[in-house]
Design a protein around this ligand. Structure first.
Ligand code: KG4
Ligand code: ZN
Length: 354
């Protein structure tokens, strides 16, 4: 079964062809980073206009790369929530038009849930393996807009256990990068600076928000403020701060210390969540996704956490961690198999389902 997936929730216009739910035949992503860089963040109106211009060529490229004709498609899946409303409507309108034209089923997919599906995808002729053995699973999404932990009975039966109460982790990385004068998007820039040889990740004892004893929620605003004060100085009476003079080495230490605290916060809450889940039953794997799972340090820490806990880890390659449409087509396939279909009245929704 061949699905076309479309993704336009934020600043990437993406289309993909996925066969039988897990085999990625093509995945095309047109990033808009260059359009938003000068604003150090995504400008919604610019994003929606760029989606309108790019969606048709991106779909064409995905079909061409997969060697597939429109008439070969069995269904169309689209990320319809959550995201920027003006961006989402472009993908939803395109998906509805194609599903109507081809007389094939349409399925709307939650973008955050789709990030958890990324680890089930595979490319080339390698067999994908039986994904049933991965469940029950614990899921982690860390992206520019979301930071959540899930318990998962299957890719389509999941419950959110905790989420950020302020900044998403990727947002915190992006703001930290701005504070350090690094380019947007900041996550990869912090990652690179933190890898400077000799960078001391314990140079600063930045806060790790534990929240209540049994809380599975995250908070990154304290960490961000601590970095801000370390770079710009602590405001004294009257709000004046004297910024310290920072060497390149100091900046690398700041990035490494920020990244260590951020990663420790993620693993701390995952450990808590897993302990709670295992009281109730088995947990076989850790499914991860979202742009921040491309982070070098987080990947290493998730690998050692999963190994220590006896969890099979599904850590997607970077291109499937970041926003893409293959994860949308994959989860769309699983939803169709579970009997989910949407009509041509499908609307874009800015919020996640849970
Ligand atoms: O999943 P994604 O592509 O978009 C959303 O759904 O939000 O995630 C984008 C986020 C950005 O905040 C970006 O800075 C962050 O992922 N990111 C990283 C890295 N690569 C991307 N954060 C830390 N380290 C990285 N290597
Ligand atoms: Zn995303």
């Amino acid at each position: 079964m061949l699905l076309l997936g479309l993704e336009t929730s934020c600043d990437e216009t993406a289309a993909a062809i996925v066969e039988d739910g897990t085999r990625v035949r093509s995945s095309v992503v047109a990033s808009q980073h260059d359009l938003h860089a000068e604003y150090a963040g995504v400008v919604p109106e610019i994003a929606s206009r760029a989606h309108v211009e790019r969606i048709t060529p991106v779909v064409r490229a995905a079909l061409r790369e997969a060697g597939v004709a429109l008439a070969d498609l069995d269904a169309v899946a689209v990320g319809y929530r959550p995201g920027l409303i003006g961006s989402l409507v472009v993908g939803v309108a395109a998906a509805k038009a194609l599903a109507w034209l081809l007389r094939v089923p349409l399925v709307g997919v939650d973008h955050v849930h789709a990030h958890l599906y990324a680890g089930l995808l595979h490319e080339g002729n390698a067999a994908g393996g039986d994904t049933h053995v991965l469940f029950p699973a614990i899921g982690l999404v860390v992206s520019g807009g979301h930071t959540s932990i899930y318990s998962m009975e299957s890719p389509v039966a999941l419950a959110r256990l905790g989420a950020t109460i302020d900044d998403a982790l990727g947002e915190a990385f992006d703001k930290a990068a701005t504070i350090l004068g690094l380019p947007y998007p900041g996550g990869p820039a912090i990652d690179a600076l933190a890898r400077t040889p000799g960078a001391n990740d314990h140079a600063h004892d930045f806060p790790i928000a534990r929240l209540a004893r049994d809380s599975l929620d995250f908070s990154f605003s304290g960490l961000k403020t601590a970095l801000l004060y370390a770079v710009r100085g602590v405001p004294g009476p009257g709000g004046r701060a004297t910024p310290p003079v920072l060497t390149e080495r100091d900046r690398a230490d700041l990035a490494a210390s920020f990244q260590r605290a951020a990663c420790e916060a993620v693993v701390l809450k995952l450990r808590r969540a897993l302990a709670g889940l295992r009281v109730r039953g088995p947990c076989r794997s850790l499914l991860t996704g979202g742009g921040v799972t491309a982070n070098t340090r987080l990947r290493a820490e998730l690998a050692s956490f999963a190994a220590g806990e006896g969890l099979e880890l599904r850590l997607p390659p970077a291109r499937f961690c970041l926003d893409n449409a293959a994860m949308i087509a994959g989860l769309g396939h699983a939803l169709l198999a579970a009997g989910v279909r949407h009509g041509l009245d499908l609307s874009a929704v800015p919020t996640t389902s849970h």
